[in-house]
Design a protein. Structure first.
Length: 97
């Protein structure tokens, strides 16, 4: 399974209902599970992003569907990054000329 880092910023709606943010994280865990992904961790942060999540998914299409479903709810805008483990990076480096 591939690992993804999802960066999130509260929308106007999301900040108005910020007291529900932990409940929304629980709902996101269930939504990820239905797609065959796992929401491994959620962190609320200060700075440019309000939320950082680690998502494990079988492929890019699955994590994209997760992000679109999350955005569709209207509380969070997301940016998703593909993350590579050290082992994966070593395999990639083995292909570098």
């Amino acid at each position: 399974m591939a690992m993804y880092i999802v960066l999130g910023c509260f929308s106007d709606q999301g900040i108005r209902t910020v007291k529900d943010t932990t409940k929304r994280a629980d709902a996101a865990r269930e939504a990820a599970k239905k797609l065959g992904a796992t929401l491994k961790e959620v962190y609320w942060t200060i700075g440019q992003y309000d939320v950082v999540a680690l998502v494990e998914a079988p492929d890019d299409a699955t994590v994209t569907a997760f992000g679109l479903n999350t955005g569709k709810a209207g509380n969070l805008r997301t940016e998703t990054l593909r993350a590579f483990t050290q082992t994966e990076m070593e395999a990639i480096l083995g292909k570098v000329a």
